[in-house]
Design a protein around this ligand. Sequence first.
Ligand code: SF4
Length: 368
Amino acid sequence: MSNIDFNKSHINFKPTAALREPTELVAHGLVSVADLSDLEKVAARYAVAVTPAVAALIDPDDPNDPIARQFIPSAEELVTGESENADPIGDYPHSPVAGIVHRYPDRALFKLVHVCAVYCRFCFRREMVGPGKGTALSEGAYDNALAYIRAHPEIWEVILTGGDPLMLSPRRLAEIMADLAGIDHVRIIRIHTRVPVAEPQRISAEMIAALKVEGATTWVALHANHARELTGNARAACADIIDAGIPMVSQSVLLRGVNDNAAALEALMRAFVECRIKPYYLHHGDLAPGTSHLRLSLEEGQALVRALLGRVSGLCQPIYVVDIPGGHGKAPVGPVYAARAGDGWQIEDWRGKSHHYADPAAEAKDKP
Ligand code: SF4
């Protein structure tokens, strides 16, 4: 423990650098001193970082603040559920060389860095990201990973992912983008990031220039889980990316106490679309260790997605997916609206009313 004075009058609610120690969270009024001992244990196992942009969004007087719930460690993380494991989506079985996960034929993950601007308490790679959890790829490992992509002409899309690739310097990112775009069959480079929300000032003109590359199309996938994350600065950072001609999609995780009600999900999806970000994935919480307090049941998730369909247009609809443990990939698990009924179907409308659909094309196909 450091010698921070926890007297309330000394609390500074506005940090100027990322908060990484539980003592700093106490000093900034984000957790209670009574929780410090448990949180030191959590922080010894899972990385902690709360950037000034994220800290500014937290209401320290709200014990249920949806932003705090995503980033402020909790003693509940010390409990590992029976089905939880260190590699919940099965990266390791599909990693042919360091830095690459090749799960589906036409795309591969390229994990360049092991650090992020913030550390999400529900992170599916929490045993792999953060200081002390790994190292950036060595030059040799980077060359091997590139050689693997080069040797696999079926790889059409390369996904730069977690840690957060936008933690790289613009100069290094530009080199990597050029290396990838120099491989003929790599047509798409997708970058998964939380930086526009967590540290929007990193989205500089140099960073945006690094994202654009001759020979491949760049997409950026923004990870955000609550509409409040899309602040004016975050929106401006995304607008800069999109105005440069780089399309954006979203990814979110369904989280208890963050977005586990239809109004919160609706606000989040509307905020994405207002920012010209197409909602893409809504992930069911992965079985990462110490995250059961944040995970919903599949049935709850399906009910929320059904409610969303009744509230917003198709433009605002993400695909609700589960990453099947063991590395079997993503499967859509949204509610089903059509069921066989006699010769045709019963189809449910957005209000929940069921209607008969005769399916004339099937009838014609069945005729001799
Ligand atoms: S930004 Fe992504 S990789 Fe980093 S902690 Fe959050 S979920 Fe994990």
